[in-house]
Every structure is written in structure tokens, then in C-alpha cells.
Design a protein around this ligand. Structure first.
Ligand code: NAD
Length: 498
């Protein structure tokens, strides 16, 4: 049995813990590896390696840092297919989807390659007579990333390229369910010339996470995962004075107006609800049909749900793979049952789907539930599976009010041909990322990604300009170079410009 080890100070290590967790292949249902669950000491070693590396990395010129990022970009690009296979085998998503995830992560690396421009400060000449003011940004120190199972390459790459480019050193605690992609990324960093200790990976569970949260040597924590854990991370890490961005779960609504193109909307709804088996934080899980849009959109989405080719992620014919674990599969099946028992209509039922040759795999078929209300469990819970709930309202304003009453605020979309309705929607919803005829509006790497309300705890979104702001702090210098002491003009009143 392969054991996934930690990566500390530029090499793999077994550390001191004898606790492990199984790593499954979701398509076969078989355990394929085990991952070490780091002890307090293991995490402390990773943090110490990062702390030791910070002195020289933070003093490495910004051009040199950029060159290493460019080399890393080339290596990740060259190994994209291999990374995608690692993702598919441990997460279950289809290979084309895994390639898309690597590509979106790579775009953050490309953004971070521009670090010399991104870190340019401001300069004001002659703010007072013979006085200039300028500003620049410095790295924080050791920063940590704690990441979820659903994007084992992309979500870590939302964080570490920007953090490292800014001059920080990094400790990554990836999901214990699909830990291998981060190890390959660590090897590629080394090959790119990143000094040992600048990027470290420590695997584990709550023990590892709590050690990061409590460490006085960690300056900032980036977290992505479920809302209860995001809230916990934010509370515990800010209590020890850290800067924290903690992205949580979601319930993303798409509203469909009667003037929308039904086939266009149905194609995109199906892709957004069932792509990656619904295990995306930006997946559409609630379709809100406005006015007369309901029956036509449900019929069209039902047809597409039935047509989705479900199978192993390694099979090039598959459009949707399994969910990540047996527990996830059982939880999703149970939640669909609550929809039925609470009075909704399961119009396409994926609960009993079997995939030939993969009978032990963790499969759930695409599922559509019509007649859902906001009190039902399928609406109030984040299902995180291939399940689309359909709700019906009379007006756009009712749909906006429904979205705003929901505790999450990650993403949302509108399907319409009315610019007026789209504009009312974009201005009215309390949500961080909005799509207009775009169902999964994940911002490009040079914008920042983040939700509102229970989808993000903290002030800064990830990557893009806010990522640079999160991983640095500003200095503003006011300077004068007097020619003689006669120029002193010192005074006891508070300094004002002249
Ligand atoms: P999770 O919250 O279970 O785990 C995330 C991380 O927290 C993992 O590294 C895990 O080891 C750690 N963790 C789990 N339980 C912990 C505990 N009790 N104490 C300390 N650490 C703990 O999330 P997941 O199941 O891996 O991922 C799915 C969730 O992530 C969904 O809710 C999804 O919406 C969310 N997500 C959000 C975004 C976003 O951008 N907002 C992106 C991707 C995923």
C-alpha cells in the first residue's frame, strides 16, 4: 500500500505520527493508498522549515522570485495531464474536468509571474518642501493554506503562487481525501529552483489544523472548505492574532426568466449542476423558475439529466464521475429521500444508478427535484452532489429576495434576455460572484474570488489584487535629505505640509 508522506524542507518525510487515513479511488470504491495524519510535532517541523526559509526568501529579489514562478509555470503546464490523472484517481472527477482545474490553477501562477508589477509601490514627490513620501509592501512571514477535497490542485494554487511570489513561505495542509496532487506540485517547485523550506506540505486532520491555527509562527491562514469549519478557523486563528481568509460552503441559485432561451438555459443548468458531480462550491444547486418559465425549464433539464454519461473519470466517454466517498454517496441519497418525504417531486432520480464494471464505485446519478420549498432539507442543506432543486416564484424581485434570505452568498446566475432584469439582479443580490447567462461565474485569476455572508469569513477574497493585499502589509515612508542643519525648521506643532 502506497503511503503519502509529508514534504518538509525539500524532502519527503514520514514524520512522527502513526495515524493514517485511507485514500480511495471513488470510481472503484477501493482503497488505493494511505495518507499520514501529521502530529503536532510534524506540523511544527513544517512551520519551523518555513520560518527558517523566510529570512532569505523574503530578501530574494523580486526578479529572481518571478523567474522561479515562470519556470514553475512551465513545469506545471508540462505535467498538467499527469496532475489531472492524480486528481481523477483520488477525487473521481472526469479527466477533462481535472485538466480544467489544473488550467485555472495555472492561471493564478501566471498572474503571480507578474509580481514585479503587482508589488510596485507609490511615490509622491515634494509632499512638503523637500519631503517625499513613498509606499511599498512587505511579506508577512510563514503563511498557511488549509484546503478542501473538491479542487486538490486549483484551490491550493489560488493561494501559494501569490503568497510565495510576495516573499512569504508556505505550509499547505491539503485535504486528506486526495493528497497526492499537492505532493507532485511540491516536487515541481523544487525542480523550478524554489529553495527548500519555502513550500511545505503537511497532511492531517484536526490535530494538524489546530497546530497551524495556534502557532505563534504562522502569520496568516487561508482556508477553503465547509462553512462550520470556515467559521471555526476564522474564530480560532484571529484569536491568536492571525490574518485570516476562510471561504465556506454555498447554495448557488440560478434564476430563469420566461424570456430566457430555454435550451441555452437548460444546457448550462445541467452542466453547472452535474459537472464534477455537483462537488463544486460554484455548482448551481437551486434553480429558481420565475413566472411561466417553470414547466418548460424542468422538462428540458430533466432530459439533459437523463442523458448525462456517468462513469469512471478515466473513461473518456464519461461526462460525470462518482462522488468522493461512500459517506458522501450515502448522505446525498438520504437527502434526496428527505425531499421526497417532505413533499417534493423527484423527477429524475439518481439514487439507484449503477455503473457497469464499477458496481462498488461511489456513484449517484444526476437528480432533479421539482416543487422544492425553502423549508425543505434539500434546500437548507448544502448537498454537494449532483442534485438540482427547482423552486418557483412569480417575480424577479421574489427570486432576489429568496437569494438574499439564504445564509450563503457565494455565486448566483440569471438566465434572461432582459438587460433591465439582469441589471436589477446584479445590483440587488447579496452575493459575491454573479453570472449573467453564465452559470459558474468563477472570476479570472487577475480578479479576486470570494463570496459574501456564510460563504466567506474575513475581509479579503483570494488571488488577484486582494490576494496580493492579503499576503503583504504596507509601509509608507516620509523622507527628507536636508543639505544643512539650517534647513531643520523643527517645530513643536503637529507636522503639516508647507
Ligand atoms: P471540509 O470543511 O470538511 O474540509 C476542509 C479542510 O478542513 C480539510 O483540509 C480538512 O482536513 C479540514 N477539516 C475538516 N474538519 C476539520 C475540523 N473539525 N477541524 C479542523 N479542520 C478540519 O470541506 P471538504 O468536504 O473538504 O470540501 C467541501 C466544502 O468546501 C463544501 O462545503 C464546499 O462548498 C466548500 N468549498 C468552498 C469553496 C469556496 O470558494 N467558497 C471552494 C471549494 C470548496
Amino acid at each position: 500500500m502506497r503511503t503519502v508522506q509529508h514534504w518538509i524542507a525539500g524532502k519527503t518525510t514520514t514524520g512522527s505520527s502513526d495515524r493514517t487515513a485511507p485514500v480511495f479511488n471513488p470510481a472503484t470504491g477501493q482503497q488505493q493508498a494511505e495518507v499520514l495524519l501529521g502530529s503536532v510535532g510534524d506540523v511544527e517541523s513544517a512551520i519551523a522549515a518555513a520560518r527558517d526559509a523566510f529570512g532569505s526568501w523574503s530578501q530574494t529579489s523580486v526578479s529572481r522570485r518571478a523567474k522561479i514562478l515562470f519556470t514553475f509555470r512551465e513545469l506545471v503546464n508540462a505535467h498538467a495531464a499527469e496532475l489531472a490523472e492524480l486528481i481523477t484517481d483520488e477525487h473521481g472527477k472526469v479527466l477533462s474536468d481535472a485538466m480544467g482545474e489544473v488550467q485555472r490553477g495555472l492561471e493564478v501562477v501566471e498572474f503571480a509571474c507578474g509580481i514585479p508589477s503587482l508589488l510596485k509601490g507609490d511615490f509622491s514627490d515634494q509632499v512638503s518642501t523637500d519631503v517625499d513620501t513613498f509606499s511599498f509592501r512587505e511579506p508577512l512571514g510563514v503563511v498557511a493554506g488549509i484546503t478542501p477535497f473538491n479542487f486538490p490542485a486549483m484551490v491550493p494554487m489560488w493561494m501559494f503562487p501569490v503568497a510565495i511570489a510576495c516573499g512569504n513561505t508556505f505550509v499547505l495542509k491539503p485535504s486528506e481525501r486526495d493528497p497526492s496532487a499537492s505532493m507532485r506540485l511540491a516536487e515541481l517547485w523544487q525542480e523550478a529552483g524554489l529553495p527548500d523550506g519555502v513550500f511545505n506540505v503537511v497532511h492531517g486532520d484536526k490535530v494538524a489544523v489546530d497546530t497551524i491555527l495556534d502557532s505563534p509562527d504562522v502569520a496568516a491562514v487561508s482556508f477553503v472548505g465547509s462553512t462550520p469549519i470556515a467559521r471555526y478557523i476564522h474564530e480560532r486563528a484571529t484569536a491568536t492574532g492571525k490574518r485570516v481568509q476562510a471561504l465556506g460552503g454555498a447554495k448557488n441559485h440560478a434564476i430563469i426568466l420566461p424570456d430566457a432561451d430555454v435550451d441555452f438555459a437548460a444546457d448550462h443548468l445541467a452542466a453547472a449542476a452535474f459537472g464534477s458531480a455537483g462537488e463544486r462550491c460554484m455548482a448551481i444547486s437551486a434553480a429558481v423558475a420565475v413566472g411561466t418559465a417553470g414547466d418548460a425549464i424542468v422538462a428540458a433539464v430533466n432530459q439533459r439529466a437523463r442523458d448525462v454519461k456517468v462513469g469512471s473519470g478515466r473513461d473518456s466517454d464519461s461526462e460525470m464521475g462518482p462522488v468522493v466517498t461512500r459517506q458522501a454517496q450515502e448522505r446525498i441519497v438520504e437527502l434526496i429521500g428527505t425531499g421526497e418525504s417532505q413533499g417534493a417531486d423527484v423527477t429524475v432520480d439518481g439514487r439507484t444508478l449503477e455503473v457497469a464494471g464499477h458496481e462498488e464505485g461511489f456513484f449517484v446519478g444526476p437528480t432533479v427535484i421539482d416543487g422544492v420549498t425553502t423549508e425543505m432539507d434539500v434546500y437548507t442543506e448544502e448537498i454537494f452532489g449532483p442534485v438540482l432543486s427547482v423552486l418557483r416564484v412569480d417575480t424577479v424581485d421574489e427570486a432576489i429576495a429568496m437569494i438574499n434570505a439564504n445564509p450563503y452568498g457565494n455565486g448566483t446566475a440569471i438566465f434572461t434576455s432582459s438587460g433591465e432584469a439582469a441589471r436589477r439582479f446584479q445590483r440587488g443580490v447579496h452575493v459575491g460572484m454573479i453570472g449573467i447567462n453564465v452559470p459558474v461565474p468563477v472570476p479570472m485569476a487577475y480578479y479576486s474570488f470570494g463570496g459574501w455572508k456564510d460563504s466567506l469569513f474575513g475581509d479579503k477574497h483570494v488571488h488577484g489584487p486582494e490576494g496580493v493585499g492579503f499576503y503583504t502589509r504596507a509601509k509608507v515612508v516620509t523622507a527628507r535629505w536636508p543639505r544643512t542643519s539650517a534647513d531643520s525648521e523643527a517645530s513643536f506643532h503637529f507636522p503639516t505640509s508647507k
